[in-house]
Structure formats: structure tokens, C-alpha cells
Design a protein around this ligand. Structure first.
Ligand SMILES: [Zn+2]
Length: 413
């Protein structure tokens, strides 16, 4: 039984992992083909039936880790006998930790360690209090946009009130100044809201508080930032080396975002968008973050996703994490919808959530299991290509060479 193999190896894994975590020495070069050498403290070779290295799925392969880094990836035959502790996970799949590009952990009070235990090792928080980059050392690697730039009274202030999730800017100068302050405070990206509201099925239209009642909340239409203010924010962000993600849900916001040259849509738009605008987005190289699980009630999101895919759009994975019906981590529903509607292969899907996201964040080789990459990875029993749901409950999660979850399903052994 596979489970007994895992059960037998589990204590070894824990012991090896603690040794690994304690080792701060730089990785030693890997000697190939030499005589067997004694196990070196802090070097761990994990073998499995499948290893996804960020680009392709290798069969009967392994990952060699030393301290906080990946040292080598290759076939089991190449990597065995190099003096590292060896663990064979058997019928399991090792993958880089997944990267979530659209979440609001602080705003939704989502515990970072829960997210990490469910397979996400890096989160980009796009709307909430500004947080300096942190983690990657046994803690969730966290990047932040800080508050979303919007018009006075605009979304999301319109729905959530004057909170840390957004900041109103009045004019181009103030937009530039605010972008400068956010970057100075550690913002990894600038987020801007271009949302007049009113799209059928949009979650942001349904605050549960009705329209015009209490707490500063009121219904659409919400004011939008004027084009020159959006342009000023984008120009300043680009000047300071930051990308701009725009919340868009319908055609007016989409047009504003394209006119200003944003880098990314933080959602596939909720309302159906005409082919002309979608084509412009693709031609301008706008990346599109999925959030299809969040938008499941939207009238136009699925059609937009399929039309964008046909036009050759570049999708990124974002799931917002705070859903009530799935664990707070990897969201298999999001993965399923992204694969289904974009028509991408399962390996492309895995690339999108790992290597592509790491490169997009400017943090390559984060999101890969290649030499020099941080040892952020997960392992699941079985083959997640056959069942994406396995990814929501990883059997092993390692962040920066430190084990943070190890066989938490052991209660069922
Ligand atoms: Zn969001």
C-alpha cells in the first residue's frame, strides 16, 4: 500500500527536514558518479514517481536540496548516491510551491500558515494594508500592493468603506505621489480600480448591505478615475519599475486600462467585452489574472476567457483564496476553470501557477525546481494531472527548505 510507504518514511522525513532547516551552510557542489560518501547534514534527496520542475513533468525523478535551495533536479539514477539523505516518496508528485497572484490575506484575515499548508508558498496581496516583502523561510512568501488606488467614493471604498483596502486619489499629482509612497513602502505592484459597478453577477455588486444604507456603502454607478489620473499613476509606477494591475469588470474600465497602458487585469472582466477591446488587450500584452472561481456568478466571464484564449492572451493564476467552499490555499476549482476555458494543457496550467508566475514577479527561478531556486515545493500522493483536487491537500509542503506540513493526512493511515 502506498500509504504504508508514506507512513514508514514520515519519521525519516521529519528528522531529515529538521536537519535541513538547521543547515545554513551554502550548498556543496554535487559530485557525479563518484564512490558513495557519508550522508551530509542538511542535504536531502527526494525521489518520486513524478517531479514537475516548473517546465515539464519528469518521470522517476528527484530533487536535491541543501539548506534553503534546490541544488539539482534530474532522474533518480543521476541523483542517487551523492551522499545526501535519500527519501523515496513512491507514487507521488513533487511540484514547486504554487504562486497566488490575487489575494487579500490581510483584508480578509486569512492566516498565512493555513495558506502555506494548502500548497501556496508565495502570495501577492493586491489590496489591503501595505506590507513589506517577507517570508520564504518556513513562512509564506508575501508580496503586497498595499491599498488600491481609486476615485474618491469609487470602488472598493464604495463597498467596503474607508478602509485599508483602498486609497482615494484626487488628481494626477496626488496619484503620482501616492504611487511613490507605496513603492517607497515596499509595494511590489501598484493596483488600481476602474470599476463603475453594475455587472450582472459581479461579487462586488453584492455587499450584503443593500444599496445606500449605512457604513458609507452605496450602489453603482461608482465614480471612476479620469483618464489622465490613471495615466499618471501608470507612468509613475513604470518609472519606478513597478507593474500596474487594474481591477476591471466591464468595458469602460477595460478601455481606461488599455488607454493608460496597464500591465495586467486583476480579473477576467465580469461583463461580456467586445472582441475589439479584448484584441487590443492581447496586442498590448496585457496579462490576465483568472479569478474565475470568484467570478463564477458573472454573466460574461466565461465567454471573455474563451475569447481571450482564442486571441492568444497570456493568463496568470489568481484565485483570491478566501472562498468558503474550498481550503484556503491552492484552489482546484480555479485550476479547473482556467484549464477548461483557456484550453491550455495540464502542464501549461502547472507552468502558469509556478514558473511563469515567479518570472512575472521578477523572482525567477522562484516557481521552479532548478538549481538555485528557493526550496519551496509541495508533494502529493498520486498524480495531480489526473485529479487537481489532490493539490488542495498536499502531503508535504516545504518553504525555503523548512518543512511546514508533513503528512497531515496521517490520521487516516
Ligand atoms: Zn480581489
Amino acid at each position: 500500500m502506498k500509504s504504508t510507504i508514506w507512513n514508514r518514511l514520515r519519521p525519516v522525513a521529519i528528522a531529515a527536514a529538521f536537519a535541513l532547516a538547521a543547515c545554513a551552510a551554502p550548498p556543496q557542489p554535487v559530485g557525479l558518479g563518484g564512490a558513495a560518501v557519508p550522508a551530509q547534514e542538511g542535504r536531502l534527496l527526494l525521489l518520486a514517481a513524478r517531479v514537475f520542475d516548473g517546465q515539464s513533468m519528469r518521470q522517476d525523478a528527484g530533487v536535491l536540496i541543501a539548506g534553503r535551495d534546490v541544488v539539482a533536479v534530474g532522474s533518480a539514477a543521476e541523483l542517487r548516491g551523492q551522499g545526501a539523505r535519500e527519501m523515496d516518496l513512491g507514487d507521488a508528485t513533487i511540484l514547486p510551491g504554487f504562486i497566488e497572484l490575487h489575494a487579500h490575506l490581510a483584508f480578509h484575515r486569512i492566516p498565512a500558515d493555513v495558506v502555506l499548508r494548502h500548497g501556496i508558498t508565495t502570495v501577492r496581496d493586491v489590496g489591503g494594508p501595505l506590507l513589506a516583502a517577507s517570508g520564504g523561510d518556513g513562512r509564506l512568501r508575501l508580496l503586497s500592493a498595499g491599498p488600491i488606488l481609486t476615485a474618491p467614493g469609487g470602488y472598493p471604498i464604495a463597498t467596503f468603506g474607508d478602509s485599508e483596502v483602498a486609497v482615494a486619489v484626487r488628481g494626477a499629482e496626488e496619484a503620482r505621489r501616492m504611487v511613490g509612497q507605496l513603492v517607497e513602502g515596499g509595494a511590489a505592484v501598484i493596483k488600481i480600480a476602474l470599476e463603475p459597478g453594475g455587472e450582472p453577477g459581479a461579487p462586488w455588486n453584492n455587499t450584503g448591505h443593500g444599496h445606500g444604507h449605512g457604513g458609507g456603502r452605496f450602489g453603482p454607478p461608482w465614480p471612476l478615475l479620469p483618464p489622465e489620473v490613471v495615466k499618471a499613476a501608470v507612468e509613475e509606477a513604470h518609472r519606478l519599475g513597478r507593474k500596474v494591475a487594474a481591477h476591471v469588470g466591464e468595458s469602460r474600465g477595460v478601455e481606461l486600462s488599455l488607454d493608460a497602458g496597464v500591465d495586467e487585469w486583476a480579473h477576467i472582466p465580469c461583463a461580456a467585452i467586445g472582441d475589439g477591446l479584448l484584441r487590443r488587450a492581447v496586442e498590448q500584452g496585457v496579462k490576465v489574472v483568472s479569478t474565475l472561481d470568484t467570478l463564477s456568478g458573472c454573466a460574461g466571464a466565461h465567454a471573455n476567457a474563451m475569447a481571450l484564449a482564442k486571441l492568444g492572451a497570456d493568463f496568470l493564476y489568481g484565485a483570491e483564496i478566501a472562498h468558503t467552499d474550498v481550503p484556503w490555499g491552492i484552489d482546484a476549482q480555479e485550476l479547473h476553470w482556467l484549464r477548461q476555458l483557456s484550453g491550455m494543457s495540464t502542464q501549461d496550467l502547472f507552468r502558469t501557477v509556478t514558473a511563469k508566475a515567479g518570472a512575472y514577479l521578477g523572482l525567477a527561478p522562484l516557481g521552479t525546481l532548478t538549481p538555485g531556486a528557493p526550496a519551496d515545493f509541495i508533494a502529493v500522493r498520486g498524480d495531480p494531472q489526473e485529479n487537481l483536487k489532490l493539490l488542495e491537500y498536499p502531503d508535504l509542503v516545504v518553504s525555503g527548505g523548512r518543512v511546514v506540513a508533513n503528512g497531515h493526512l496521517s490520521v487516516t493511515y
